[in-house]
Design a protein around this ligand. Structure first.
Ligand code: ADP
Length: 299
């Protein structure tokens, strides 16, 4: 098949591994810069151009859309879908998963375990908001944060009030969340492909830190997950409509709770941590999906 990886970083680990795996399996691959794609939105013959030329006969795309370009990136994916190209993850699912609040509401509706989470706009309601999530200690998160930046642990109610008021004063959207102390500064990244968790790693925060992000000095190791954790991760990806997802889970006293469902999970940490060839599993999944997809009738 003819494959396109949509990425702003053609040389990064994930893009290169996907290229390698696809070529090894006999496919033609190009890595294209999402922001250099442009399109004509017409009913009869929608098209995408790339660096001056029409992109034609692409069978499938692997979107790797960074959170900073979600808006344009999902429009490009949608355009490919309009042209009958199979996308590894549908554009709608990518858009959904990028909106943390919407994702949590969707997961909650399907009964998936989540940390108790509050969201409010007005600073007048802060004391009740804190009460809603069970009081201090609690975690305050910037809705738009990544790599653990903007995730604050507030040990006391007073500290929580000041932090929440400060963020609200800056007009940023925040979540207020129950602190899962028993997770012990560890979270689990479950890599889901289709209806399976194909690999999982535990990320442990550095001593004295509660955020396990590798960017914050966390360290990764292989972990065996329970059947309940497996089910939770697969269901979370399914609820979001993602075929491939990185589902981040915390081990809480009330079972596994989902923190985030990532639609463009990186391959480097999980492949190096587990020694598994995840890139090939993704390509194989795409081969199967394409074989099942009803052929488009031309003309
Ligand atoms: P980001 O998307 O910026 O990585 P996360 O919401 O994943 O932010 O939080 C960063 C890290 O902080 C997580 O990996 C986890 O280790 C820790 N963490 C986040 N929320 C909680 C919570 N409610 N309870 C305990 N630890 C948490």
């Amino acid at each position: 098949m003819k494959l396109a990886v949509l990425s702003r970083e053609p040389d990064n680990y994930s893009s290169q591994r996907l290229r390698e795996a696809a070529e090894t399996r006999g496919h033609e691959v190009m890595i294209i810069d999402t922001l250099r794609c442009y399109m004509s939105i017409v009913a009869h013959r929608p098209s995408i151009h790339y660096k001056g030329e029409a992109l034609e006969h692409v069978d499938a795309i692997i979107p790797r859309i960074g959170s900073s370009i979600t808006f344009y990136g999902t429009a490009v994916v949608r355009q490919f879908e309009m042209m009958g190209t199979k996308s590894l993850n549908p554009s709608l699912a990518i858009s959904r998963s990028r909106d943390k609040l919407r994702s949590m509401q969707m997961l909650a509706r399907k009964g998936i375990g989540l940390p108790v989470t509050g969201f409010a706009h007005s600073p007048d309601e802060v004391p009740d908001l804190i009460q809603m999530v069970g009081g201090a200690p609690l975690v305050v998160k910037l809705l738009e944060g990544t790599q653990g930046i903007g995730v604050v642990l507030c040990e006391t109610r007073k500290a929580a009030e000041s932090v929440i008021e400060a963020f609200m004063g800056l007009n940023t959207n925040i979540l207020v969340q129950e602190y899962i102390k028993e997770a012990g500064g560890a979270d689990i990244r479950c890599f889901v492909i289709g209806d399976k968790v194909v690999a999982s790693i535990k990320r442990q925060a550095a001593p004295g830190e509660f955020r396990s992000n590798l960017h914050r000095g966390g360290s990764a190791s292989v972990i065996k997950i329970s059947p309940e954790e497996r089910r939770t991760a697969v269901r979370a990806a399914k609820v979001m409509g993602l075929d491939v997802a990185g589902v981040d889970i915390l081990r809480s006293n009330h079972g596994p709770v989902v923190m985030e469902v990532n639609s463009s999970p990186g391959l480097e940490g999980i492949e190096n941590g587990t020694g598994k060839d995840i890139a090939s599993l993704i390509i194989q999944h795409l081969e199967r999906a394409l074989a099942e997809k009803p052929k488009r009738v031309e003309g």
